[in-house]
Design a protein around this ligand. Structure first.
Ligand code: 13P
Ligand code: SF4
Length: 301
């Protein structure tokens, strides 16, 4: 199926089903081109909460579709490939969150949205990479537990006076960004600026001109005077950056593929709408508590 055949079929099916297609910035380009909305985790959550559609087709990974279902429980949320998970989200269980909290005198738990609904249900509030510092600073307590990403926790602790106690989870894609490779690329392209994601390691962040979410990188690329940009995040974002800024040059840090983000294709999106598959459900007892943590985040930003 060509891109234009897929786009035509998706347009017909969207009309029939009253569906909307939400796409994360790391998706492959043929999927990005089908999006009604393309963005970062925060933007996608806001869209999922606000849409009037009956059906949300979520092109991203499982925790993102789950979050959409939490925020729009009356809607049908579909994932074209439900096997697209996030290894970081699986690095902590609900039971481990309860134990972590008990070990630290019941301090509040801030949970990165890259987590399961069961883990969100044990949390006081969620955050994304766009609003993490704001969320942490919105709490009254001076000591905060942060799960599951230790690198995002480290980055937050550079921007708050609060004490952050982090769970030792990480994103396997972002920790592969190697500071020596980045330093070498900066030497090769002395005119270029380096942008990265707060899921990257401390030594990589130290080399960055800008550290932000994927949507923050899209705005940075558009607004910055820099004509050359080295991009240290999952490489799917670079397709969007090149499409939207054809006059600028983008260099991709190697070994930055998230295999789960590559599982969805245009053909699977068509199948998903045709067959109304694969539906994402969250147990209502868990959903009710998880929703509270996500909604509390959306009240902050
Ligand atoms: P954002 O798009 O929110 O920056 O998230 C990055 C990410 O790793 C999602 O899996
Ligand atoms: Fe998870 Fe990292 Fe892939 Fe995002 S890029 S889905 S955090 S493994």
């Amino acid at each position: 199926m060509t891109q234009s055949e897929a786009a035509k079929r998706v347009a017909e099916l969207k009309e029939e089903r009253n569906a909307v297609i939400l796409v994360h910035n790391y998706q492959i380009e043929e999927v990005q081109l089908l999006a009604d909305f393309i963005g970062d985790s925060l933007g996608l959550s806001q869209q999922a909460a606000d849409t009037d559609a009956d059906v949300i087709v979520f092109c991203g990974v499982h925790f993102m579709a789950q979050t959409a279902k939490l925020l729009s429980p009356e809607k049908t949320v579909l994932m074209p490939d439900p096997s697209a998970g996030c290894p970081m989200a699986d690095m902590i269980t609900a039971e481990q969150v309860r134990e972590f909290k008990a070990q630290h005198g019941g301090a509040p738990v801030v949970t990165y949205v890259n987590s399961t609904a069961e883990v969100k249900a044990e949390s006081d509030i969620c955050c994304t990479s766009s609003n993490a510092v704001e969320v942490v600073n919105s709490l009254e307590e001076d000591t905060v537990l942060f799960v599951p990403d230790e690198h995002l926790a480290d980055w937050i602790s550079r921007h708050t006076h609060k004490t952050i106690i982090a769970w030792a989870g990480y994103c396997p894609t972002h920790v592969r960004i190697n500071p020596e490779t980045v330093a070498y690329m900066k030497e090769q392209y002395p005119e270029a600026v380096f942008i990265t994601h707060p899921e990257a390691r401390h030594e990589v962040i130290d080399l960055a001109d800008e550290v932000t979410s994927t949507a923050g990188m899209v705005s940075f690329a558009r607004e910055s005077d820099a004509q050359q940009i080295i991009v240290g995040t999952e490489e799917g974002l670079v397709d969007r950056l090149r499409r939207e800024n054809p006059e600028k040059t983008f260099y991709v840090v190697p070994h930055t593929i998230c295999p789960n983000m590559k599982k969805t294709s245009a053909a699977k999106v068509v199948d998903s709408l045709e067959k109304m598959q694969f539906e994402i459900e969250v147990d209502e007892a868990i959903a009710e508590r998880a929703r509270r943590a996500v909604e509390r985040m959306l009240e902050v930003s």
